[in-house]
Design a protein around this ligand. Structure first.
Ligand SMILES: O=C(O)CCC(=O)C(=O)O
Ligand SMILES: [Fe+2]
Length: 352
């Protein structure tokens, strides 16, 4: 099957709250708030990882911090990720320009087929649950760039250049982060190379329109879901809206200037043998300001085995998931159309 068969879970059902993540108690020093493991916290509940320090003498500390953030929070803010402020502003400006094009121009990219190489998805009403899901998004494959760039739009005229530069830079940061996470989990180099050798990247420009005050209660930007990725790397603009499930409650993630938000996805949940849990998150809208975000989803090739590697299994930590491939995972996901990581349940050793 082609990589374009990949499904990124968008939003299918509203989820009740429910998680067993626990936020460790925090302490405060003069300037930077930290958690009990010494991990920097942004706005009290978002752990911060300094990727720039990964290549220096603190490498092993950063790897431990990554493990801690994935294990206890399921997400982190990534600073010093190597993507220039000019490029961050450039892609955000470009996305804003795209979503402000006349509707007829944007809708030329509309496709009801979620497997197409590029497609515009628009807001929709879920009559069953009586809610409106307002996100408009342009989603496209973006790695390897030369394979997909010619399918991208040319309006705005700088689309291919700016989006191409951003996708290359975000993928570089994403792979650096994933390699460090895998190392922290105790994976052997050969396993890491097998998983990442033929990875893909899927990118989504997301637009959340201002919501009329009278409809706020029944409107979501995106309902609660997990991503079917290894990790997702998100660039939000300065408008709040993203919420993550921590300790059974949705907690707002306040944007941190120039930082990216990295989420644990379903594939990492499988690979880690459930040591890390795929992050439940959603987006709420407001009646004053539109919101934009750029999401980069990293996924492995179809034939990659995404059950836990042998070196992560021992007598104390027996395998929770069977050996299964990414292709088996997403075809199951496609059939089940569940919004969250329970789509991994049929791959559990204990499953019938
Ligand atoms: O826009 C956001 O903050 C989140 C987007 C998201 O969850 C997704 O694209 O999967
Ligand atoms: Fe998501």
């Amino acid at each position: 099957m082609s990589p374009s068969k990949m499904l990124v879970a968008d939003d299918h059902l509203a989820l009740p709250a429910g998680s067993n993540k626990t936020i460790p108690p925090t302490s405060t020093n003069a300037k930077v708030q930290t958690d009990r493991y010494g991990l920097e916290l942004w706005e009290g509940s978002s752990p911060v990882i300094d990727l720039g320090a990964l290549h220096g003498p603190s490498r092993s500390d950063i790897i431990k911090q990554l493990d801690h953030a994935c294990r206890h929070y399921g997400f982190f803010m990534l600073k010093n990720h190597g993507i220039s402020e000019t490029l961050l502003n450039g892609i955000m400006g470009l996305a804003r320009e795209f979503f402000h094009l006349p509707e007829g121009e944007r809708k030329k990219l509309y496709s009801p087929d979620p497997t197409s190489l590029i497609s515009l998805a628009v807001g929709f009403k879920d009559d069953k649950q009586d809610v409106f899901v307002s996100r408009e998004s342009l989603k496209f494959h973006s790695h390897p760039l030369e394979k997909f760039v010619n399918a991208w739009p040319t309006n705005p005229s700088s689309f291919r250049e700016i989006v191409g530069d951003y996708c290359v830079a975000s993928k570089r940061a994403e792979i650096t982060v994933i390699e460090a996470i895998f190392e922290g989990l105790g994976m052997e180099r050969e396993t890491i190379d097998q998983i990442l050798g033929k990875h893909g990247q899927y990118t989504s420009l997301n637009y959340y329109p201002v919501c009329d005050e009278s409809n706020l209660e029944r409107t979501f930007g995106l309902r609660g879901h997990t991503d079917s990725t290894i990790v997702t790397m998100l660039l939000p603009d300065e408008v709040p809206g993203l919420e993550v499930l921590l300790n059974d409650e949705y907690v707002p993630v306040k944007p941190m200037p120039n930082a990216l938000v990295v989420h644990v996805g379903d594939v990492l949940q499988g690979l880690s043998n459930l040591q890390y849990k795929s992050l439940l998150h959603r987006v709420i809208v407001n009646s004053e300001t539109e919101r934009l975000s750029i999401a980069s989803y990293c996924y492995p090739s179809n034939d990659t085995h995404i059950g836990p590697p042998k070196e992560l299994i021992n007598d104390d930590r027996p395998a929770i998931y069977k050996d299964f491939t990414y292709e088996e995972f997403y075809s199951t996901m496609w059939k089940q159309r569940r919004p969250d990581a329970t789509r991994l349940d049929s791959f559990k050793v204990s499953a019938a």
